[in-house]
Design a protein around this ligand. Structure first.
Ligand code: ATP
Length: 587
């Protein structure tokens, strides 16, 4: 497939702000894509080169791209920089310069999608001395063969600014539409995706081997499974009413870890499927030593632990283990303990469809405790009073609360449902849980905030059914002065000229941004407001809003925009609100 055809579709996608139209264009593009190219195209649309968990990054800064454009088009670097400054978009600068060149030259051989992708892949794989020049050389090679429209998208991709704004659900809908003429198969594709976190692989399997292969898809050690998530209920009584006898576990506040062991090789993935193996060598070592299966996948929460006192350290301390340098000394100073709470695979057996009670047994069979490995503390009960007591003890021990888990439920990869229910400590005049919102824009500072150029951010929750972000609050409280400056800088890097296609908001901020950053928010309550679109079905209805929202911490790097709180969850929290405060015996 010619890359030019892809670029032309990208241009059409960029021009639309309607999701339905986006879906139609994408379906048509997939229909015209040969099966050998489909995985590469899916990665590019996801704005990456390989699935996220492989961490393959192109590693080119703006200046390097400018050098590549200069080299490819025979333009002085200072002129490329000046043109970029004028246009405010590297892609447009590359496009314009390519126009001048193509007008003069004999036509070079047209780029294919495979060659372009290969170029990106090679660029990403180069490291060590001389890497900068080599990377610039490869991208310049691509640009020198690119037509103006291709140059625009190559340049944007290279510096991570493709910004097509297409989510994975829309990609899956469009793949199904392209092959079957309707979206009914999306759940099958989603299931496969949840088991491997690699949408390119799913697309390739679907296009080359068909639906039967998708239906047979199972877990593979080394490919992270998208993590199961928990619903919330405000009281132990309601949890027992909902799921009956269950496993009640301590809810640890550290890093969620999914560990994959293949022989002697251990890989550790975060909640966001980022590879954290090199940061947590103590956990990897213990898994190698204490897991009694050649190949296995297990899950747990890792946090800093004081062996002498048995004390669990707060998240603020655990997070300091997330670092690229001084890993060895921190490992001694702040040792980790991973509390194992699930087992998903062992020696050829896929446990994801087994009931939780079986998986608990498998943990005991395959995982021995020692050094950084421990079992999660749990009781099994059908008595709300017993659960409440366990909850109170956990909170006293400095934990966040408890997780109740249905004993007969399979592992719901990538889904949030009542198979797992969290019961968190709550305070008066606060929601029983925090809300994770995606920033969709900001309002320029007035009064005291004029100097920061930002006074509030507009937050949205995720409507996973429609694959859009719906506004829920304006947040102007909770940031330090330093963080206002930081957030403004980060947002300016992702600002867009018009409301993004996947954003639904009646409030118009001064600056729209690509939905990218997630903030953890606490608020007094959920109210109804005609100003916000969260959960709004009719234009004249009210949407959900947050009363007195305030930021907790800073951007949540472990969450993607699609991991933000969903409209469905807000709806449930709204209904539960009357019970706030009764979960915990403290107030
Ligand atoms: P979510 O991960 O559900 O989007 P969140 O990141 O805000 O939400 P919480 O809702 O507070 O986190 O709780 C869910 C997290 O609790 C899990 O992702 C996991 O990291 C952690 N956790 C701690 N203990 C357990 C346990 N025993 N079982 C499952 N998860 C646990």
């Amino acid at each position: 497939m010619k890359f030019r055809a892809v670029a032309e579709y990208f241009e059409k996608l960029e021009a639309t702000s309607k999701r339905l139209e986006m879906f139609k264009i994408l379906s048509e593009l997939f229909q015209n894509t040969p099966e050998d190219d489909i995985d590469k195209l899916v990665y590019l649309i996801e704005e990456r080169i390989r699935p996220a968990f492989e961490g393959v990054e192109i590693g080119m800064a703006e200046k390097m791209l400018e050098k590549a454009i200069a080299k490819a088009t025979g333009t002085e670097l200072s002129k490329v920089t000046a043109l970029y400054k004028k246009k405010g978009d590297q892609g447009l600068a590359a496009e314009e310069l390519a126009k001048k060149v193509t007008a003069k030259l004999v036509k070079p051989k047209e780029l294919t999608l495979a060659e372009t992708y290969e170029g990106f892949y090679k660029t990403a794989k180069i490291s060590g001395s001389g890497a900068v020049d080599q990377k610039v050389g490869i991208i310049a090679g691509l640009l020198s063969r690119a037509s103006p429209i291709e140059a625009k998208y190559i340049a944007r991709f290279v510096i991570g600014r493709l910004r097509l704004g297409i989510g994975d659900p829309t990609i899956m809908d469009s793949l199904a539409q392209a092959k079957e003429g309707n979206r009914e198969l999306r759940p099958e594709l989603e299931r496969a995706y949840n088991l491997c976190s690699d949408l390119g692989l799913v697309a390739k399997t679907y296009f080359t081997k068909g639906l039967a292969a998708i239906k047979k898809f199972s877990v593979t050690p080394g490919k992270p499974i998208r993590m199961a998530l928990a619903e919330r209920l405000p009281t132990a009584k309601e949890i027992i009413e909902k799921i009956g006898k269950c496993s009640v576990e301590a809810k640890y506040d550290g890093f969620r870890i999914q560990a994959h062991k293949i022989g002697d090789k251990v890989s550790l993935f975060s909640r966001n499927l980022e590879n954290m193996t090199s940061m947590l060598p103590d956990v990897a070592e213990s898994i190698k030593k204490y897991v009694r299966a050649k190949d296995a996948i297990l899950e747990g929460e890792a946090l800093v632990y004081n062996e002498d006192t048995g004390e669990l350290m707060p998240f603020q301390i655990t997070i300091t283990r997330k670092r690229k340098y001084d890993i060895a000394s921190k490992k001694v100073e702040l040792p980790l303990k991973m509390f194992v709470f699930d087992l998903l695979y062992a020696d050829g057996k896929d446990y994801t469809s087994e009931p939780y009670s079986e998986r608990i047994r498998a943990i005991e069979k395959y995982v021995k405790t020692g050094e950084a490995l421990e079992y999660a503390n749990r009781i099994i009960t059908d008595d709300p009073k017993v659960m409440q007591k366990f909850f109170d003890e956990s909170v006293t021990a400095g934990l966040e609360g408890v997780m109740a888990k249905r004993l007969d439920a399979p592992y719901s990869a990538g889904a949030r449902n009542f198979n797992w229910i969290k019961l968190k400590r709550s305070y008066r005049a606060e929601l029983s849980d925090t809300v994770d919102v995606v920033i969709i824009g900001y309002i320029k500072g007035r009064g005291m905030r004029t100097k920061f150029g930002i006074g509030a951010v507009l937050g949205a929750v995720y409507n996973d059914k429609k694959d859009v972000f719906e506004s829920i609050c304006k947040i102007g409280t909770g940031f330090s002065e330093e963080n206002w400056v930081k957030i403004r800088k980060l947002l300016d890097e992702i600002k867009v000229s018009h409301q993004p296609a996947r954003v639904d908001s009646e409030l118009k901020p001064d600056v729209w941004v690509e939905p990218k950053y997630v903030l953890e928010i606490t608020a007094d309550e959920i109210t109804l407001s005609p100003m916000h679109t969260a959960g709004k079905t009719n234009k004249d209805d009210s949407g959900y809003a947050l009363r007195f929202p305030r930021v907790k911490g800073f951007i949540r790097e472990d969450k993607k925009p699609e991991d933000a709180t969903t409209v469905k969850e807000i709806e449930k929290m709204f209904k539960q609100q009357k019970n706030v405060g009764s979960a915990s015996s403290e107030s």
